[in-house]
Design a protein around this ligand. Sequence first.
Ligand SMILES: C[S@@+](CC[C@H](N)C(=O)[O-])C[C@H]1O[C@@H](n2cnc3c(N)ncnc32)[C@H](O)[C@@H]1O
Length: 221
Amino acid sequence: MTDDQTATAPATDFAVHPARGAFNAAFFSMMGPYIEWNVRRQKQRVFADLPPTVVELGSGVGANLRYLSPGSTLVALEPNVPMHRRLRAAAERREVRLDLRERVAERTGLPDGSVDCVISSLVLCTVPDPAEVLAEVRRILRPGGTYRFVEHVVARAGTPTRALQRALRRPWAWTFEGCSCERDLAVPLRAAGFAHVDIQPYRLHSPFVSFNTQIAGVARA
Ligand SMILES: C[S@@+](CC[C@H](N)C(=O)[O-])C[C@H]1O[C@@H](n2cnc3c(N)ncnc32)[C@H](O)[C@@H]1O
């Protein structure tokens, strides 16, 4: 897999907030084990048997490195530079070769049909336009390649969780750098032109109630 030399758009227009960028790096470092414990079963299922090279959207501080075998390569697209130091250290601990790129998921810079596997967790909630990211994932996957995801989504209309998501949407988005707890991600996933999409909804029982409605699945190009 090489860079697409024809990609002329800027790699990132991601604005790192001087305080919240560092806060989120520290938050996901500290809360990582707790979040991981909550979503481990879904991740074990969708991130099983990853190939030797994986592209990850928004790797953060490396929550998903544990699902790669030692010696494999992670092409990590992470525009938030305050995450990089911890991500590098985690890759070293897990003995994963890290190809870290300061790029947004909308513009990976990778050639058409060049990738076997793309993964993400808790990223489509944060990008400005999930449909644009999914079009990019679809473009770079080779036929038969997979996009494997674990994401939090909007709750069913009329439920107390939905009401809380509505009430918290602004402070939530402010704290977590644009994260929305009100996205129905199944819709853009099914509309993105994949040959097959498997989506499993599930519910966590964490104190972060607006984060508890989630989906995990695999989309095949
Ligand atoms: C909630 S964190 C999740 C991090 C990690 N995937 C995890 O599960 O712990 C969202 C991540 O998406 C990254 N991100 C935000 N906008 C992005 C974009 N347009 N392209 C790629 N990554 C982005 C953030 O920098 C952050 O690392």
